[in-house]
Design a protein around this ligand. Structure first.
Ligand code: FS2
Ligand code: SF4
Length: 542
């Protein structure tokens, strides 16, 4: 196996024996084959000029399959093998509709058995592209597309779809098979990926806010009650809504974990009395926190950490693109409904959560809420009460090096405000950093996809202050990345013209030296240094 798609990749080079995430070799090979199959489908769609509006089944399965391969989403070898079989069937059906010869092997290969799949998977992985720079750009685009696909899948669950996004995904994946493209073509494709990343996040924002209302300032309870309960992790709000509905009047409470925390900010979910609040912290803390939660856990997406104890595994359920061997996977029926009764019945037999924290945290600062505070924010900037904003969106991770972000937040001067989104927030959202004239110093917009809100806020401020360039705003970017959704957020910011982003805790291993140089020269991207040096450097910027 060879995988270097996430920030925790072994030695910041690549996982070759087993993933640091726990991904086993066979799963890695099957994921590689799944991606290869999707590339084959994409070539058929592009070469055959198929109309994506007519490809509903292929579109939805395409984004789901991409999502399955995102870090920590799905560790279930059987589920991935089934996904490959399904996608090969879809591929062959699409191929029969077009009149094209000389298609790429990805569009025509056959496999008869699991051994065949594993053999083929080991031939078509990342290292099958020999040129280091081409490989780097192909993977950068592929990872961006994976993140885009995740957001597109969530939006589609709420019936919002933008055909441009599907069209682009087919094009981008087909291009990764094309040996005639130059490095410049691939750099251009990278920016186009960012452009469509903005569209994907906008579509998901529309889907979430039109269905559940605009997030609003919310004090989220982080303590517990004395009822049996279910913990929900991941990003899918539709699953969350269905679970809340099905747990009504059952005596079972519901809590969010990690990236589901922002569900607390949506008006539509506030009417459920049995929705108690958020339990615990970011994804990698689940090993201890699932232990003390006592009840069942529903993963609607990543990030799953392989459970060490059988007792915990029995309490984990997955849905959508997520999966783990030995855990029950809940599928939806023809009407799009998931039956969570098994989880609810299990919850009733288990203890209520053990308290690990008390009190509350504040969040809900997505674009509409911040616009309502715009006058206050603008006055604070004009008076000098707020000197700078720091966008610290992105992911958290288990490596010690991420303590940097807690220290960085602590060391920032008191006239600065952190704008955050994604699970990166858990590094500083309980520090009690105070407020500036009633504006909290940590403003959480929501999940990683709500980084879109931060971009919308920046564009609004640019308009209010009548600036030519988004980079003239007193906003600095110190982004923490982990998996591929952060890659699409980064590419989206680059597309929007944001310069001088600091990216950490390490730069991606999949950037070759030359590709990294392009990002440095064109966009001023850099890594992180020490907290002290970085705070001083950022504060010295005009
Ligand atoms: Fe965090 Fe994991 Fe949001 Fe990522 S919970 S690293 O999936 O997508 O962010
Ligand atoms: Fe390694 Fe990350 Fe790939 Fe897992 S997802 S195998 S940790 S690079």
């Amino acid at each position: 196996m060879f995988c270097y798609q996430c920030q925790e990749t072994a030695k910041n080079e690549g996982c070759t024996v087993v993933g640091v995430c726990g991904k086993k070799e066979d799963v890695a090979k099957l994921q590689d084959l799944l991606i290869y199959t999707l590339k084959g489908i994409s070539e058929i769609v592009i070469r055959g000029s198929l109309d994506v509006k007519e490809l509903d089944e292929a579109n939805k399965n395409l984004v789901n399959s991409l999502f399955v391969t995102i870090t920590n989403a799905n560790f279930d070898e059987n589920a991935i093998a089934k996904e490959i079989e399904k996608m090969i069937k879809i591929r062959d059906d699409l191929r029969s509709r077009i009149d094209e010869d000389n298609l790429h092997d990805a569009a025509t290969f056959t496999v008869e058995s699991r051994e065949d799949m594993l053999r083929k998977g080991s031939e078509v992985g990342v290292l099958s592209t020999k040129d280091e720079d081409v490989r780097s750009l192909r993977e950068l685009v592929t990872y961006g597309v994976k993140g885009m696909a995740a957001y597109t899948a969530h939006a589609a669950h709420l019936d919002i779809e933008d055909m441009d996004i599907y069209e682009f995904i087919y094009k981008a994946l087909a291009f990764t098979l094309d040996d005639t493209l130059s490095v410049d073509d691939l750099v251009a494709l990278t920016l186009e990926t960012g452009e469509h990343g903005v569209k994907a996040m906008a579509a998901l924002d529309e889907a979430n806010t039109s269905t559940y209302g605009n997030p609003e300032i919310t004090e989220v309870n982080i303590g517990v009650r004395n009822n049996p309960a279910i913990l929900v992790s991941g990003h899918d709000l539709r699953d969350f809504e269905q679970l809340l509905e099905q747990t009504k009047d059952t005596g079972v409470d519901v809590y969010t974990h990690s990236e589901m925390l922002p569900a607390n900010y949506y008006p539509a979910f506030k009417k459920y009395d049995h929705f108690v609040g958020n339990y615990g912290n970011s994804w990698w803390k689940q090993i201890e926190e699932f232990d003390t939660f006592n009840g069942p856990i529903l993963f609607t997406t990543n990030c799953i950490v392989p459970p060490r104890k059988e007792e915990i595994r029995q309490r984990i359920f997955t849905s959508g693109a997520s999966g783990y061997p030995g855990c029950t996977h809940i599928t939806e029926n023809e009407d799009g409904v998931k039956d969570f009764s098994e989880i609810i019945e299990m919850a009733k037999t288990l203890d209520s959560p053990t308290e690990i924290e008390k009190g509350s945290i504040v969040g809900g600062f997505a674009h509409e809420q911040v616009f309502q505070l715009a006058d206050k924010v603008v006055d604070a900037v004009k008076s000098g009460a707020i000197k700078k904003f720091f966008v610290m969106a992105g992911c958290d991770g288990r490596m010690k090096s991420r303590e940097y972000y807690t220290e960085f937040a602590k060391e920032l001067p008191e006239d600065t405000v952190i704008l955050t989104a994604g699970c990166a927030k858990y590094r500083y959202n309980k520090l009690n950093l105070g407020d500036i004239g009633g504006i909290p110093r940590v403003l959480d917009a929501g999940q990683c996809n709500d980084s879109y809100s931060l971009a919308v806020i920046a564009l609004k401020l640019k308009e209010i202050f009548e600036l030519e360039d988004i980079n003239e705003l007193p906003i600095e970017y110190n982004i923490a990345w982990y998996e591929q959704k952060a890659v699409i957020v980064l590419l989206a910011l680059l597309y929007l013209g944001v310069k001088d982003i600091h990216l950490g805790p390490t730069l991606p291993a999949f950037l070759s030296a030359n590709v990294a140089n392009v990002l440095v020269d064109k966009f001023g991207i850099s890594g992180i240094s020490t907290v002290e040096e970085d705070v001083n450097e950022f504060m010295a910027e005009p």
